[in-house]
Design a protein. Structure first.
Length: 132
């Protein structure tokens, strides 16, 4: 059995828009859009990991985040534990620090993007909670 990878994920929300990043083609689930974040390293809290990953990936500094949902998902080749936080207070202008595509997407358009399978419950909750 493979080890479950603990991932800090940020739902970065500004008004009615959510920040998405496109995974590089060579990565697991490459070419799909995702909510930015990354692996929680040993000795880090989820909040610390999220702050580090968002700075490293999309150039944002988060001022605060709140837990949004916890999701365990098993791919055939990988197991992930997604620790998802809502981020509404941040500074900086989002860009693909690692050369990846980054887009602010209106809530009404989120379903037009292709996400990794593990992200579907997250997308469903976003659309339920914020599409009013």
């Amino acid at each position: 059995m493979t080890k479950r990878v603990h991932v800090a994920v940020g739902i970065i929300k500004s008004g009615k828009q959510i920040l998405l990043a496109k995974r590089h083609g060579h990565l697991h689930q490459g070419g799909k859009w995702e909510f930015p974040g990354g692996k929680v390293e040993t000795g880090e809290t989820v909040t610390q990991a999220l702050a580090r990953e968002l700075a490293e990936e999309v150039g944002l500094n988060i001022a605060a985040s709140t837990p949004f949902m916890l999701l365990s998902y098993d791919y055939p080749d990988k197991q992930v534990l997604l620790d998802i936080h809502l981020v509404t207070e941040f500074s900086g202008n989002a860009y693909g620090v690692e050369g990846q595509e980054v887009e602010w997407v209106h809530l009404d358009k989120l379903q037009e993007y292709t996400f990794p399978d593990a992200n579907q419950p997250v997308l469903d909750k976003i659309l339920t909670e914020f599409s009013n």
